[in-house]
Design a protein around this ligand. Structure first.
Ligand SMILES: *Cc1c(COP(=O)(O)O)cnc(C)c1O
Length: 432
């Protein structure tokens, strides 16, 4: 596979952009590789500037559930952009989008638009603190909620209760207000509640974790968190930036039938443009300025081009609920194919999947329930697998701890080709 042009462009980019990329994972560092520069996408496929073609399972990291350049979305963007890109004044489409979201996600009675998932979780946290008058927040190791200081936190050595910054530039003061629990371990949450009575504003989590690789909630886990937060006067925040509109029209909360107090959204909601949102019960949302005392704002929030893209995307999903059944079927076919391939080659692996989100962990742990299990994965093996996949035209995430996303645009043939190439790659990994 030719990579000359991409390699040249990467060198050029590195001179003027830190690491050559505008988001670190794009540099392919964790798989000791360098990125292809993409020229365009169509349906399930992307094309790079050297003329290589790939079946894409990254889907811009989640937003492109209908595939690249989906006609209804592109038409809506074209129509909107001709009328002007931003006014900083109300437009009707903002209400259309808000109504649609409130209809699709019933726990969301009011919703505020922002520009990214990070902004959504940052604002949701401030809102939860303002509403409860409490300062601490519980998050789960391995869950990602954007690059908000309060969420760039890891467990310190020793007790889980001592949190430390997970990035330079995050203060220890901030870290001390974020408490870390273990995913799928409700007792770890109970312990934090009993050790911090009347101090915890919220529990935030990905209802299906997608950022430590895919880790589904164990049966009863989400219900248990719902109960624990209620009993302790804390809010339950579902970060549905990935799962919103992906697992079903109503997201993971509909899929698992658990109702959070606040929901954060992003990715799919923007149809591929930069959008995020957070919403919830009226009495909570009314704490936001200008009604209430929790300040939150955005110059470009709800801008007409993003709203047009998001509306077209959500409307299509809302009008075609059968898409979710189709995504489930394609996901299941991919999962079964990869499982069989693991069996045929004898390579140890765990395949976790919920609907159209899936991760193949190169781990012999048998099951991956939480971050500490995810960390058993052999990342060197993943790096080898990644290179073989990309070389064969299958574009997957350049990290073991991410999800593969199946889209409406993937055909049965795309899935079959992917399973066949997965087998080839696993055979080479087994006998290099
Ligand atoms: C991607 C992601 C975010 C951050 O969204 P950005 O738009 O990248 O800021 C937050 N939460 C989850 C679960 C995500 O996957």
């Amino acid at each position: 596979m030719k990579r000359e042009k991409s390699n040249q462009e990467f060198e050029r980019a590195k001179r003027v952009i830190p690491g050559g990329v505008n988001s670190p994972v794009r540099a392919f560092k964790s798989v000791q590789s360098t990125p292809a520069f993409i020229s365009h996408g169509k349906g399930a496929r992307i094309f790079d500037i050297d003329g290589n073609e790939y079946i894409d399972f990254v889907g811009s990291w989640g937003p492109l559930i209908l595939g690249h350049a989906f006609p209804a979305v592109i038409d809506a963007i074209e129509e909107a952009v001709r009328k002007g890109t931003s006014f900083g004044a109300p437009t009707v489409k903002e209400t259309d989008v808000a109504e649609l979201i409130c209809n699709m996600v019933p726990s969301v009675e009011k919703v505020r638009m922002v520009n990214s998932g990070t902004e959504a979780t940052m604002s949701a946290l401030r809102l939860a603190r303002g509403f409860t008058g409490r300062e601490k927040v519980i998050k789960f190791a391995g869950c990602y909620h954007g690059h908000v200081d309060s969420f760039l936190i890891q467990a310190g050595s020793g007790a889980l209760t001592h949190s430390v910054p997970d990035s330079m530039g995050v203060t220890r003061g901030t870290a001390s207000d974020t408490l870390l629990a273990e995913y799928n371990n409700p007792e770890s949450v109970e312990r934090l509640f009993s050790g911090n009575q009347n101090k915890i504003a919220a529990v935030i989590l990905e209802p299906v974790a997608g950022n430590m690789g895919v880790v589904p909630p164990a049966p009863g886990f989400l219900d248990r968190l719902r109960k624990l937060t209620q009993e302790n006067g804390a809010l339950l925040i579902f970060d549905e930036v990935i799962t919103g509109f992906r697992l079903s029209g109503g997201g993971a909360q509909e899929y698992y039938d658990v109702t959070p107090d606040i929901t954060t959204l992003g990715k799919i909601i923007g149809g591929g443009l930069p959008v995020g949102a957070f919403g919830g019960k009226k009495e909570i949302m009314d704490y936001l300025a200008p009604e209430g005392g929790v300040y939150q704002a955005g110059t470009l929030a709800g801008n007409p081009v993003s709203m047009a893209a998001g509306y077209a995307m959500l409307k299509f999903l809302n009008d075609h609920p059968e898409i979710y059944k189709e995504l489930e079927d394609k996901g299941a076919t991919l999962e079964e194919g990869i499982r069989e391939n693991l069996g045929k080659t004898g390579i140890p692996g765990v395949v976790n999947r919920v609907g159209s989100m899936m991760t193949l962990f190169f781990s012999n742990a048998g099951q991956i329930y939480s971050y500490k299990y995810a960390l058993t994965a052999n990342t060197a093996m993943y790096a080898g697998y990644f290179k073989l996949a990309v070389e064969n035209g299958i574009y997957i995430a350049p990290s073991q701890f991410e999800s593969m996303f199946v889209s409406y645009a993937h055909t049965r043939e795309d899935i079959e080709e992917t399973v066949a190439k997965n087998l080839e790659a696993l055979r080479i990994l087994k006998n290099p």
